[in-house]
Design a protein around this ligand. Structure first.
Ligand SMILES: Nc1ncnc2c1ncn2[C@@H]1O[C@H](COP(=O)(O)OP(=O)(O)OP(=O)(O)O)[C@@H](O)[C@H]1O
Ligand SMILES: [Mg+2]
Length: 305
């Protein structure tokens, strides 16, 4: 077994625990969400002219409000990895979009989001947070390397020389293990390119390139096989150890992935059922009378119940 592990370690560079190619040298960051309440109007997406058949004027239409996030509070600082887990439609993407000021179609009725003690504004978010969204927005006709070179040209500070930019691109490619597909077209639904998992990693690479202090990822492991997903979360956990703040949403993570998280928020229809250290989650529910059955993955078990 050891030789097999060694073999895979050689291929994927696992043997090198310090394979963090660049570290974050900025200050300590803190992200705080206070008593956040967010409602979405489920009827707002239907245009008013489609409602004409109801003989109502636009302002007379009362949409039905749905609570997407219900009185949520959390606090996380540099060096920690916080995972938001929960079933589909529980509000993970909404929460991450609110934190990064990208929410659409909903209203925040109360609460606030603070980044280092300051309310989140689009300018502040742009400076301090890297957000990897659930859907990939990449140029399909560029290769992986071209994509990163292009972003390096636009996003890195002006004092970077061309050699430093190229070095950074190489480091990110190595960090996310994209070497074998560096010269393949990225592609999208219509243009065949790299695999879905590789495309997810390119999206993460694009954000990692400018070396942010806060990294927010929406379902980075969806669509990846369990081995690659595990490796990706190990990479994220290493980034968190390098004094970054990592916030990610995951869909029923495997138990070995779950163990890598420092903090966990378990959402259920927008309400936080559990918010605290990952290792205390099972004892907490056991004390409430819901023990996790033996040989059962806690994130699977509590997600479904
Ligand atoms: N702008 C909107 N208009 C209408 N409904 C919305 C809007 N934004 C969110 N919702 C609703 O809020 C709920 C939470 O959505 P969200 O996208 O945050 O789920 P999620 O946890 O990310 O799910 P998944 O794991 O499938 O990505 C859903 O029921 C969704 O339909
Ligand atoms: Mg989502």
């Amino acid at each position: 077994f050891q030789s097999i592990t060694l073999f895979f370690g050689e291929i994927y560079g696992l043997h090198n625990e310090n394979s963090l190619y660049f570290t974050y040298s900025g200050g300590c960051n803190e992200l705080e969400v206070n008593n956040l309440h967010y409602e979405v109007d489920t009827a707002a997406q239907i245009p008013w002219y489609e409602r004409l058949s109801e003989f109502k004027l636009p302002w007379e239409i009362n949409g039905n409000k749905q609570i997407a996030i219900n009185r949520l509070s959390l606090r996380v600082h540099s060096g920690q990895m916080l995972a938001i887990i929960g079933s589909s439609g529980c509000g993970k993407t909404s929460l991450l979009d609110i934190i990064t000021c990208r929410d659409e179609g909903g209203t925040m009725t109360s609460g606030q989001v603070l980044i280092n003690g300051k309310p989140n504004t689009p300018q502040l978010v742009k400076k301090s947070i890297a957000h990897v969204r659930q859907d990939d927005r990449l140029l399909p006709h560029l290769t992986v390397r071209e994509t990163l070179v292009f972003v390096a040209k636009l996003r890195l500070p002006t004092h970077f020389t061309q050699a430093q930019r190229d070095q950074r691109v190489d480091d990110v490619i190595a960090e996310l293990r994209l070497r074998q597909c560096a010269h393949t077209r990225v592609g999208n639904d219509y243009v065949r390119g790299v695999s879905g998992g590789e495309r997810r990693r390119v999206s993460i690479a694009v954000q990692l390139l400018w070396n942010p202090g806060i990294l927010i990822l929406d379902e980075p492991t969806s669509g990846l096989d369990s081995f690659t997903a595990h490796n990706l979360v190990i990479t994220l956990s290493r980034l968190a150890r390098g004094n970054r703040l990592v916030l990610l949403s995951v869909h029923q993570p495997r138990s070995d992935i779950f163990q890598l998280f420092d903090l966990v928020v378990l959402l259920s229809s927008g309400s936080a059922v559990y918010c605290g250290a990952a290792r205390d989650m099972v004892p907490y529910f056991t004390a409430l009378g819901y023990p996790c059955p033996r040989y059962c993955n806690p994130s699977d078990f509590y997600d479904l119940t």
